[in-house]
Design a protein around this ligand. Structure first.
Ligand SMILES: Nc1ncnc2c1ncn2[C@@H]1O[C@H](COP(=O)(O)OP(=O)(O)O)[C@@H](O)[C@H]1O
Ligand SMILES: [Mg+2]
Length: 385
């Protein structure tokens, strides 16, 4: 049985102020922690042993006796043999005793099973607990079904390899690097057969994953990941904010496109098929005449989420798009939580977020501002699930 929202809200009655901002130590944790300390909160990072130094040493907070921050942004680090151990009942108890508000990121939903997050994790999440699952393409109800219901353009689905008619992308997990992608592009049935056979032979993908892969049209155009924020604390017309736009650096794809064609052709077969492992992010702005369309997509997504998964989006979310030659954004992926590229504006904010807030506004800081506002208005229960 899912942990009910009233049960989570009731936990807050036992909290003292100020709460501590908690994040799982990977993905966007530095942004979350940096934003939280900027707004005067203390921070706690939940790390996996062997992966804790970024937080425990290199970004550790140093404070004066009166609490004034001198350096860094991570006040405490708790380490576990495995990330999933953070959800043990005793650890949850410890987090609640520390007045922890957990900001869900992809590290949480990748490393702690979704069933556990939904049914056992009795810690307030500042975000949308129910919507973490829509990212799983293998679910019957996922982000595609939500976007379609919202009237947001998505890449046309190609039902079977026989129907491939133009450049398409096959989306499935990597066979070995389980959290990574085994994606490949194909323009014909013949190319599908040839490439899939090659990737199967190489051990990059499995036939089981291939059978349930999502096949869709490839949108030819650059990637823009729109990092939005939605506040349920203000009138609906003021709720949606665009904070920043990022793009990914993907390996080996970005390495390949930096080679001249002649050199690409000298590569062996295996090296010629790009992999899509995210290794970094860059910052972007978007042509101004496209912006209004982008806001419209954000609004539709917020409305659809509220009706399908109440209370809907609470806080940050990310629409990942390709923009085609007609300037039309198509959403190929969604994060119903803080996106993976928000470290681009960590510490300095982003042109859009700063323009709106008149001060450096990152996603992490925006989350902390929301917590601060909810506390001031005694409405913390409205931003947790
Ligand atoms: N329909 C598409 N058209 C063009 N590129 C795509 C499409 N879908 C995915 N991609 C590319 O693949 C990358 C990863 O896709 P995404 O759906 O975000 O996977 P994940 O859920 O693993 O993050 C994107 O950053 C983009 O470069
Ligand atoms: Mg994605």
């Amino acid at each position: 049985m899912a942990v009910g929202r009233p049960e989570i809200q009731a936990l807050l009655d036992g909290y003292s102020v100020p709460p501590v901002v908690v994040a799982v130590g990977s993905h966007s944790a530095i942004d979350i922690a940096d934003g939280a300390v900027s707004e005067g909160f203390r921070t706690l990072i939940l790390a996996q042993r062997g992966r804790e130094l970024t937080y425990a040493r290199y970004n550790r907070a140093e404070r004066d006796a009166d609490g004034t921050l001198r350096r860094g942004c991570v006040d405490d680090v708790w380490t576990y043999p495995h990330f999933a151990d953070l959800a043990a009942p005793k650890e949850q108890e410890r987090m609640r005793a520390a007045n922890g508000l957990l900001v869900p990121n992809r590290a949480l939903s990748s490393y702690v099973p979704l069933d556990v997050i939904e049914q056992q994790l009795r810690v307030p999440l500042v975000g949308s607990r129910r919507m973490l699952r829509i990212e799983e393409r293998s679910e019957r109800e996922n982000y595609y079904t939500l976007l379609e219901a919202a009237g947001v353009p998505t890449p046309a689905r190609v039902s079977t390899p026989e129907e491939i008619d133009g450049l398409s992308i096959v989306k499935l997990p990597h066979a070995v690097k389980k959290l990574e992608r085994g994606f490949f592009t194909v323009a014909s049935r013949e190319e599908y057969d040839r490439k899939s056979a090659q990737l199967l032979r190489q051990g990059t993908i499995t036939s089981q994953d291939l059978a349930s892969a999502r096949l869709e049209r490839y949108i030819l155009g650059p990637v823009f990941n729109f990092n939005f924020f939605f506040s349920p604390l203000v009138p609906r017309t003021q709720g949606l904010e665009l904070l920043g736009v990022d793009e990914r650096r993907e390996s080996s794809l970005d390495g390949l496109v930096r080679l001249p064609a002649a050199q690409q052709l000298e590569l062996g077969d295996a090296a010629r098929v790009p992999e899509y492992t995210v290794v970094g992010h860059g910052t972007l702005t978007v042509r101004e005449s496209i912006l209004e369309d982008v806001y419209r997509l954000g609004e539709r997504f917020v409305d659809a989420a509220a009706s399908k998964y109440p209370p809907g989006i609470v806080g940050p979310f990310c629409l990942q798009t390709c923009i085609d030659r007609d300037g039309k954004p198509t959403v190929f992926d969604v994060a119903a939580r803080i996106g993976g590229g928000t470290n681009i504006h960590l510490g300095v904010g982003h042109p859009y977020g700063n323009a709106l807030w008149r001060t450096p506004m990152s996603s992490g800081r925006r989350i902390a501002v929301e917590i601060r506002r909810a506390l001031a208005e005694d409405r913390l229960k409205e931003i947790v699930t």
